[in-house]
Write a protein that binds this ligand. Structure first.
Ligand SMILES: [Fe+2]
Ligand SMILES: [Fe+2]
Length: 146
């Protein structure tokens, strides 16, 4: 699968791109579960709780994407994207934030691509996901003291 960065894509290309997004929702969910479990320190108590909430939200995004892919005539993937781990709390939060910034960039483009194909219901679902990714990024920047 080649990663398309153009705003104009075919429906088949959009389905392929949504499947890449789906692999990255799976990996984000797994990464948050692992990070929340290995993170230690009283100072990190609040963000550890947040990471667990993020995990369930990433899997909720995966459910939405899988349904949309199926509706558009595709087959939702079971491939999982790359997962980043560390033994350092701050590095883990940086890894999570990098993932959120990547998701925000991808979903902004994906909304344009969906609207270009008049897939307005999909675009609406992607807007909801985008808003949640921005909230995730805000939680992480706050935890990192930025
Ligand atoms: Fe997500
Ligand atoms: Fe997220």
């Amino acid at each position: 699968m080649s990663v398309m960065v153009e705003e104009k894509v075919s429906l088949e290309q959009l389905v392929d791109l949504l499947n890449i997004d789906l692999t990255l929702e799976y990996s984000a969910g797994i990464q948050y579960i692992q990070h929340a479990a290995v993170m230690t320190g009283a100072m990190y108590g609040d963000i550890i709780k947040e990471l667990k909430v993020h995990a369930t939200e990433e899997f909720a995004h995966a459910v939405i994407l899988a349904d949309q892919i199926s509706f558009l005539g595709g087959v939702p993937t079971v491939e999982v994207g790359q997962i980043h781990t560390s033994s350092d709390n701050v590095e883990m939060l940086e890894q999570d934030l990098d993932g959120e910034y990547d998701a925000i960039k991808r979903y902004k483009l994906r909304i344009d691509q969906a609207e270009g194909l008049k897939e307005y219901a999909l675009a609406g679902q992607l807007r909801t996901i985008l808003a949640m990714e921005q909230e995730h990024a805000m939680d992480l920047t706050q935890a990192l003291g930025r």
